[in-house]
Design a protein around this ligand. Sequence first.
Ligand code: CAA
Length: 384
Amino acid sequence: MMYGWPENDDSKKMLLEQVRSFSRSEIAPKAKELDETHRFPTEIVKQLGEMGLMGMMVSEQWGGAGMDAVSYAMAMEEVSAACASTGVIMSVNNSLACYPLDAFGTDEQKKKWLIPLAKGEKLGCFALSEPAAGSDPGGLRCIAKKVDGGYRINGTKNWITNGREADTCILFATMDPTLGSKGVTAFVVDTKSKGFTVAKLEDKLGINASSTAQLFFDDVFLPADCLLGKEGQGLKVALATLDGGRIGIASQALGIARCAFDASKKFAQEREQFGAPIAKLQAIQWFIADMATRLQGARLLVWSAARSKDMGIRYTKEAAMAKLAASEAAMWITTKAIQVHGGYGYTKEYVVERNFRDAKITEIYEGTSEIQRLVIAAQEFAGN
Ligand code: CAA
């Protein structure tokens, strides 16, 4: 089942069948254990790499699968419907690590850093947020000091997905904090560099199988060829990267919501109260109808943003709308899914409990819902 548009595309149908079958047979059966033990799914990530799903939109020349963003959104939804933690690991590598290297890297940088990431042989992370700079990355304090042959980095990065496992880090630091957003500069960092440490791991509400780390940069030396883009252009690199990242997270939210929705339909047809399945009750039917409508509405926004990206149209506003709609739909749908399940839904025995916890982060990372609204309003007032 393709969920409507784009129904006539054979390559997407094939991809969907392949990813759905893999997600159902290899990922979903492990998702509960991964959530409970907080284990990073190394073996699954390796298989995703072998299937071309870790660098989906990177051209084959640079180790990727050469697919479009709509295909990426569809694959992300499937993987996330099975396990939201695996979904975010995949999203960060594709959108936040591969993309900036592909879009802003030199051929030498692509050869060295992008190929292994896109092939899934190495894992990437994206270090923008800091203890005192989350929604406002122009105010970051991690310092990049120019020295002979390169840069010295000092500072702390917070809430970094894949931070514990990453081989490669896309780092944002400032050449001069007094310059505000104009000082921010992007770098690519080998996490084996001297002075780089994973300082702390967060104990979270959900997406437990993915790591969320605090990273320390203690006088880390970066050779000059680790500069990504130009000095002072880092915020643009970060924000352009996040446009694509938001399509990934929106797709993750769709997957979480769909899992909860499917579980609710099944439960409503099996659970009997007042002498009949609760699916016969109008109260439940209305929940199901509203869930279906919000899910499909969000999905079409996600696919529309992805299609604009594929067509080379500026998709900043559409990506923000997609993430806002999909993450809020996921939170609403998972809340109602627990309601449909009643007392059962509040226990760990039913998947909707995990869906509810996993959904919350989609309203926060890669730009909170409030930031998405800011971006949408700014684009509207700019006439875009
Ligand atoms: N693409 C390219 N360039 C862009 C852009 C985009 N989407 N948006 C803005 N820019 C450019 C602007 O043109 C501007 O350039 P000039 O200075 O040349 O004019 C520059 O970037 C700064 O833009 P703004 O003045 O609009 O920036 P701002 O400081 O006012 O911020 C904001 C705007 C919308 C609040 C933005 O900062 C934002 O999106 N904040 C949220 C950040 C975020 O999503 N953080 C999540 C962290 S990542 C994460 O979650 C990690 C993880 O592991 C999952």
